[in-house]
Design a binder for this molecule. Structure first.
Ligand SMILES: NC(=O)c1ccc[n+]([C@@H]2O[C@H](COP(=O)([O-])OP(=O)(O)OC[C@H]3O[C@@H](n4cnc5c(N)ncnc54)[C@H](O)[C@@H]3O)[C@@H](O)[C@H]2O)c1
Length: 277
């Protein structure tokens, strides 16, 4: 009998140690430990990376720069809230490393990045995030999509201090019943509600038809959680998918389903078995 072969684990670095990055890092050490090895953490706020490193009980995980993180990793999980996230993703791909992108909104107009990844033979993984139905949208897109409507429902507290609503003189504190606060295309939605951009962007990227998307945002004092409903009309038929999301304990603006979708995408990448997405 020859020596026992040990499987090479995927070295994973975390860029952004907030709600999503922390949850994914923990899962790498737990559910994904047979396939992945957590090799680095980087956050612009060093305290956050250090705090996570301590919580994970692993020494020397914190890196002093993105460049150091890139050197230590095969794949980087992007989970940061930076203005220049797109340029950070570009640095990762330029170094020929795989990247799992949580801030999908940043990829809306990043055709050149997809070409670079193809040239450098590295993967850009985009998890489904806080929504369901991306698998069927991709299949339906092959037949031809006629229309997609995204209806987001949020409690008034989730839309407070929004400059667009203030400009429209919509006072949510006085709201007694359900109200449609926005209806429009992706470009207008991104401008008015940038925090909703990831959901719209993931659907736009999956469907390949940004101009057929309509976005509707509804609020009501009766709504207790965020929900997203997606309706797709295609030559293959009609699809309706709806998620009612529980918020992340560390960041109530982020749905718990979002980090979980990142973890399952990473799992599928390691196993090489792709079910659905
Ligand atoms: N795809 C989806 O459906 C979905 C859902 C929720 C959130 N998101 C996106 O995922 C990202 C992370 O979300 P979160 O809830 O973890 O946010 P968070 O605010 O909890 O954490 C973000 C972290 O990024 C760090 N950061 C900011 N700029 C940085 C930089 N230049 N370099 C390194 N770190 C930096 C911050 O210090 C913070 O710790 C956000 O962009 C958010 O919009 C996507």
């Amino acid at each position: 009998m020859g020596p026992k072969k040990t499987k090479r684990k995927l070295k994973v670095g975390i860029l952004g140690c907030g709600a999503i990055g922390s949850r994914i890092a923990q899962s790498i050490n737990e559910q994904l430990k047979n396939d992945c090895l957590l090799t680095g953490l980087f956050d612009i706020d060093a305290l956050k990376a250090n705090r996570l490193g301590k919580k994970l009980k692993t020494k020397n995980l914190t890196k002093s720069s993105l460049a150091q993180l890139i050197i230590s990793s095969d794949l980087i999980v992007e989970a940061c809230s930076a203005k220049d996230t797109l340029s950070l993703i570009k640095k990762i791909i330029s170094a020929k490393k795989h990247v799992l992108v949580m801030s999908s909104g940043k990829l809306l107009s990043a055709e050149n990045l997809f070409q670079l990844a193809k040239k450098n033979k590295c993967s850009i993984l985009i998890p489904t995030g806080a929504i369901a139905g991306i698998d069927a949208i991709k299949s339906a897109a092959i037949s031809g999509i006629k229309a997609i409507t995204i209806t987001t429902r949020k409690p008034p507290a989730g839309l407070m201090n929004n400059p667009y609503l203030a400009k429209k003189k919509i006072d949510l504190s006085k709201l007694k019943k359900e109200k449609i606060v926005f209806e429009g295309n992706v470009a207008a939605a991104v401008k008015a509600f940038p925090q909703n951009i990831n959901v719209a962007a993931t659907i736009a990227l999956a469907s390949g038809c940004k101009n057929k998307l309509r976005i509707r945002i509804i609020t009501s004092p009766k709504f207790k959680s965020n929900s997203h409903e997606i309706e797709v009309i295609s030559k293959a038929g009609k699809m309706i998918a709806r998620t009612e999301n529980v918020p992340c304990p560390d960041n109530p603006k982020t749905s718990y389903l979002a980090p979980l979708s990142g973890i399952q995408t990473l799992k599928q990448f390691c196993e090489g078995i792709f079910i659905g997405t």
